[in-house]
Ligand binder design. Sequence first.
Ligand code: GDP
Ligand code: MG
Length: 304
Amino acid sequence: MGLFSKIKAGLQKTKASISDGITNIINSFTKIDEDLFEELEELLVMSDIGVETSLKICEELRARVKRDGITDPSQTKGIMHDIIVEMLGCDTALKLDTKPSVILVIGVNGVGKTTTIGKMSLMLKDSGKKIVLGAADTFRAAAIDQLGVWADRAGVSMVKSVEGSDPASVVFDTIASAKSKGADVIICDTAGRLHNKKNLMDELAKIYRIIKRELPDASIETLLVLDAATGQNAVNQAREFKNVADITGIVLTKLDGTAKGGIVIAIHNELGIPVKYVGVGEGIDDLQPFDAKEFADGIFDLGE
Ligand code: GDP
Ligand code: MG
């Protein structure tokens, strides 16, 4: 399956909710009036785009309809598609311009951090980069083993310690290993204990201190992993994490199998953090760079 079709396939359920819903509404109107805007707005809210963001999209839709003198309801769908593409922008490339660069992967348990690291390792390795993983989720032994399985699958090396050891010291060891191997990218897994905010904050602060001390000029990407299937809850998690870390991008996992893909738009608009990658399955190839147009094409079937 090609890249494009994978995202499209992953967005099937979201499309069924958004695109088909919009078409049904549009077909029941013969002219554009306030009722139409209100029904569209309601549909967007119901599709996990969030109230604030849905209002913004519809406000812009009203303005464009007025500006361009549009009278045919069927044209509103294409306009909404374009508004969403513009809203999502295109700032998705990872900034990995130092040797080594660091990617710190954060997020609550079960969202797909470790899986994403496995997928990302292969992707970066295939682009010619030498990768070292750091198993800094030391909370459970199983988490360390799981990352080890992904390291083997992707064919990259991993630095680990024992369960319960200090995550920052694992990061320290990983940096040392990356330096001696001449690695290009360090990717660190972390434990996501958001319910204990103080602890998490201290842990992350300590990790950052080690990175800044050992690699003062390194590019650091802090990727927050969110599970699309959790809908608005993912937005709330992002808000919480934003308070404890300088998030540079979001990886939205499990887009496959959920109708809540609209959450991408809410996250982008409400938090101002770009969605850089999306997970569309459990396999090693199921990670895709996020592309606003591809995404909008996937959720709006414009009948092309
Ligand atoms: P972590 O606790 O954040 O490290 O999460 P894991 O990487 O262990 O993933 C939790 C579960 O989510 C696993 O069963 C993964 O296979 C699954 N998972 C991760 N990403 C995706 C995805 O993009 N799509 C689907 N369907 N499942 C995923
Ligand atoms: Mg994990």
